[in-house]
Write a protein that binds this ligand. Structure first.
Ligand SMILES: Cc1ncc(COP(=O)(O)O)c(C=O)c1O
Length: 416
């Protein structure tokens, strides 16, 4: 099996570095790709579960654009729904009618919530949610999980990040995931001053194993929030529609007050949603919150079509089953080389790590070797499975993984 080369990607990146700060910024930055020379930086086209880079290399995609791709790239039905809206008028004076249709559909679909508001990015909604909680409770502070990610507003970033000020985190209290006593302590130390608790359905840090909630964790958090009048915010931006179509809270059995969705909601079209209970409708209505493109009809048409299709085919079930098939295959294959491949999180969003080498070098090399043969694996972030990944993709991926195991075994021998 030939390994891929990326001369055009690297050439484009050189040009980009001249005119774009960091060349490629944010979560697409090559910085966490190790070694970056093993990865493509620019994509030329995509179809189903695959994409092709500017050098013409073909990849089975296990990052799914970091989550938004859920039904497959260029999905005819979703693209048609988006195009139908574009033809009617995409960014118009006056809200589009399809917005109400989408809102009614989502309120019926998602469990335990009564209203929805739309924006573009996930961070728009996590920010909005904390504003609503502050307005509704008259309190200042938000409890979040240390290492949790909710977007890029200064308060969401870890203290000390460039461009943020100490004051930005003044009203943020960080607690350890799965440690209920930590939350209780934060609440006791700030009597009547906690507006909200925000967390993802389970813990998805980068460069670390992902962690499901311990038995009873969410129920205890919910009970404490109810007792103390704290708004419980579920950040379902990454997990949403890959665990349960009714919202990930149904998967884990608890009831949030506010839920933020984005990523998989429209198969790549830009839209996010904040949903909440009737108790918070009035506060939400009086907060001014908007954006130039938030009323675009195109992503709303795409979201409606995506959610209907995911529900019809039971998308989360398909992704869980496909993910499990791939994970079982990879774990078994690793064993034949003497490697312990640890899988954490859930199979539709798995996080992998070869435990033989704590430094992650072996794992990073294996992911890079897979990528250079056409299975796009990052080594530091959870992967994403879509409904477009078919058995033939899994089979091909296992063949690639086998070659990659051979390559790292040759490189490291019995060192690990
Ligand atoms: C859990 C979670 N919350 C919030 C966000 C922020 O979403 P966005 O980048 O669309 O603002 C992300 C993005 O990766 C996320 O994974």
């Amino acid at each position: 099996m030939e390994t891929y080369q990326y001369p055009k990607s690297q050439e484009l990146f050189k040009r980009a570095a001249g005119v774009i700060p960091c060349g490629i910024y944010g979560h697409y930055s090559p910085a966490p790709l190790v070694p970056a020379t093993s990865y493509p930086f620019y994509t030329s086209r995509a179809e189903g579960a695959r994409f092709w880079d500017v050098d013409g290399n073909e990849f089975i995609d296990y990052m799914c654009a970091y989550g938004p791709m859920v039904l497959g790239y260029n999905h005819p039905q979703i693209d048609k729904a988006a195009m139908d809206q574009i033809k009617k008028g995409n960014c118009t004076t006056g809200a589009p009618g399809v917005m109400v249709e989408l809102a009614e559909y989502m309120v019926d679909l998602i469990s335990g919530v009564d209203w929805v508001s739309f924006a573009k990015n996930g961070g728009d909604m996590t920010n909005y949610a904390t504003m609503i909680a502050r307005d509704a409770t008259g309190r200042k502070k938000t409890i979040m999980i240390r290492g949790g990610y909710h977007g890029v507003s200064p308060w969401m970033q870890a203290p000390g990040h460039h461009g943020t000020m100490e004051d930005d985190s003044k009203n943020i209290i960080r607690v350890k995931w799965n440690n209920f006593a930590d939350i209780e302590r934060a609440v006791d130390e700030n009597p009547d001053n906690i507006a909200s608790f925000i967390a993802t359905p389970y813990y998805v840090p980068a460069f670390e194993d992902n962690e499901l909630p311990e038995d009873g964790y969410w129920k205890k958090v919910e009970a404490l929030c109810r007792k103390k009048g704290i708004v419980l915010i579920l950040d379902d931006i990454r997990h949403g529609f890959r665990l349960d179509m009714r919202g990930s809270h149904r998967y884990f059995g608890f009831e949030p007050d506010l839920i933020c969705f984005c990523k998989a909601i429209a198969n790549g079209y830009p839209i996010s949603a904040l949903m909440g209970t009737s108790a918070l409708k009035e506060s939400t209505a009086r907060i001014f919150y908007t954006g130039s493109y938030w009323f675009q009809s195109e992503p709303m048409g795409a979201a409606l079509a995506t959610l209907k299709e995911l529900k019809k085919i039971d998308g989360p079930k398909i992704m869980q089953e496909t993910g499990k098939k791939l994970m079982d295959g990879l774990v078994d294959l690793a064993k034949t080389y003497g490697y312990d491949l640890k899988v954490s999180g859930i199979p539709s969003m798995p996080y992998l790590r070869i435990t033989n080498d704590e430094s992650l070098m072996l794992h990073q090399d294996w992911c890079a070797e897979c990528t250079m043969r056409g299975a796009y694996f990052t080594s530091h972030h959870n992967w994403f499975i879509s409904t477009a990944h078919e058995d033939k993709d899994i089979q091909k991926t296992l063949e690639i993984a086998d070659e990659a195991f051979k390559a790292v075994k040759k490189k490291y021998g019995d060192r690990f």
